[in-house]
Design a protein around this ligand. Structure first.
Ligand code: SAH
Ligand code: SF4
Ligand code: F3S
Length: 442
């Protein structure tokens, strides 16, 4: 008998990647994917713990699953890792809890539960590389394909749960990454996204030792150069980068590798040196801005995006103004912004001078206004230019499609045919705050 499963994935691109691998491994083991949780034997939530109330929300979502069909409710990923045994106390209907490095074991665990061999299973081990063994067996390959090259984080920013949920940083061996990229390209991928929590501290096992050198690992720039020799890749990206690990060598690779997009995500979080220190980011605002300047000197067409946190404990009006000043100088094409969210067991949660929610909201609104000013500027700059875009999804209106250009800006176009997953040349005709509008040229 075949059992059906429903999966809902929250969180970052690493979670999306894991979620797809979970689908692959279950389908390859005879389970059937189901889109309605009420019709599924197995309901899986693959969770994110980065901001608050994750367990609360999960509890109410699971509460809504009232179906006689449900045999297993599984919670996986970062919430499972952070909650440990508590997950069973807080949501008693959960009978399987699995951490982000254990999903290759799911078929075995699900069979044990479905056949009554066990009533409850929890696995929070870090099997590290083992989970990637299934990465070259996929049920489908998308045109834009994400490849995890590194996982975990050793930076311990004082607000962040990732070092506790994803564990210590480790890099996949170069040969494993290359084989996965080759497999993806052979099966139709054209855009490759090299991903991880901190990709520019990548140090994967070298495929060979270069004569005259005893280095046993490769850095990300060496990995990128090797990947760029694989035929068939049209676009290459990497994310996320930590400012302190961003090297001149990596900047230079952008000039050497034509398919590497001129767009980099380098989150800064705050423009105040005091706050950056309290966050344990290991750089000052000036050091960060100097890196952007150097990068622009080396690659004049490079553009940047960033993440921001407003209302970190102890952030004064003056600190916040420093963030606005940094935004003005940095000139981002795209940004992501968050109100500081207290995460239990992180150092910042214990800081006494927490900021009032109302102040956080006011600061967030001001920050968004400043960031949109640059975004609108860059969107307007595109009007009249020709852009190659990768169509990623359907738009809201009939015959409307949304694609991304090399700067990850959303381009909206009309087409009578389904053009999802194709690269298309477009002429940009007008711009708005969050996107630009174009017409197809080919
Ligand atoms: N490794 C990446 C980011 C991972 S988390 C980096 O260091 O850049 C993605 C973003 O979530 C972070 O950049 C940060 O802006 C935000 N974030 C993380 N913890 C947060 C918290 N406790 N409250 C609000 N935002 C947070
Ligand atoms: Fe979190 Fe900082 Fe690591 Fe990013 S670098 S994952 S923000 S601890
Ligand atoms: Fe969330 Fe875990 Fe990613 S906490 S942001 S899913 S690493």
């Amino acid at each position: 008998m075949s059992y059906s499963f429903y999966i809902k994935v929250y969180g970052c691109q690493m979670n999306d990647y894991d979620g797809q691998r979970i689908e692959d491994i279950l389908v390859l083991n005879g389970f059937i994917k189901e889109n309605n949780p009420l019709n599924a034997d197995i309901v899986i939530f693959y969770t994110c713990n980065i901001r608050e109330k994750a367990v609360h929300k999960l509890e109410s979502t699971i509460g809504m699953i009232k179906s006689n069909k449900t045999k297993v409710i599984a919670v996986g990923g970062c919430v499972a890792q952070a909650e440990k045994d508590n997950i069973f106390k807080r949501i008693p209907r959960v009978n399987l809890s699995f951490g982000p490095s254990t999903y290759h074991k799911l078929p075995e665990y699900l069979n044990d539960l479905l056949h009554g061999k066990k009533k409850r299973i929890i696995d929070l081990n870090n099997y590290r590389l083992e989970k990637f063994d299934i990465s070259n067996k996929r049920k489908e390959v998308t045109t834009s394909a994400y490849v995890a090259i590194q996982e975990g984080c050793d930076n311990f920013c004082t607000y962040c749960v990732v070092p506790y949920t994803r564990g210590r940083e480790y890099s996949r061996p170069v040969i494993d990454v290359i084989n996965e990229v080759k497999y993806l390209v052979a099966n139709g991928a054209k855009e490759i996204v090299l991903g991880g929590q901190n990709v520019n501290s990548y140090h994967g096992e070298a495929p060979y030792i270069t004569i005259g050198s005893n280095r046993k690992t490769w850095r990300i720039e060496e990995l990128i150069k090797a990947i760029s020799t694989i035929d068939g890749i049209k676009r290459l990206r990497y994310l996320t980068s930590h400012p302190k690990d961003f090297t001149v060598e990596l900047m230079k690779v952008h000039n050497e590798v034509p398919m590497l997009v001129p767009f980099v995500h380098i989150p800064v979080q705050s423009g105040s040196d005091k706050i950056l220190k309290l966050m344990n980011r290991n750089h000052t605002a000036r050091e960060y801005l100097d890196k952007l300047k150097l990068f622009r000197d080396i690659c004049p067409d490079i553009q940047f995006s960033s993440d921001f946190i407003v209302g970190f404990p102890g952030e004064t009006e003056e600190d916040f103004n420093d963030t606005l000043k940094l935004v003005e100088e940095a000139k981002y094409t795209l940004s992501f912004y968050f109100k500081y969210s207290v995460r239990p067991n992180t150092p910042a949660a214990k800081m006494t001078n927490q900021i009032d929610e109302k102040i956080k909201e006011e600061r967030l609104a001001k920050l968004i206004k400043a960031l949109l000013k640059d975004q609108v500027y860059y969107n307007n700059e595109l009007v009249g230019t020709t852009q190659e875009i990768l169509i990623t999804k359907k738009g809201k209106r009939k015959n409307q499609y949304i694609g991304k250009n090399v700067y990850m800006q959303s381009v909206i176009i009309n087409s009578n045919e389904n053009i999802i997953d194709q690269f298309k040349t477009t002429l940009i005709e007008s711009a708005s705050e969050n996107c630009v509008f174009g017409k197809l040229l080919d």
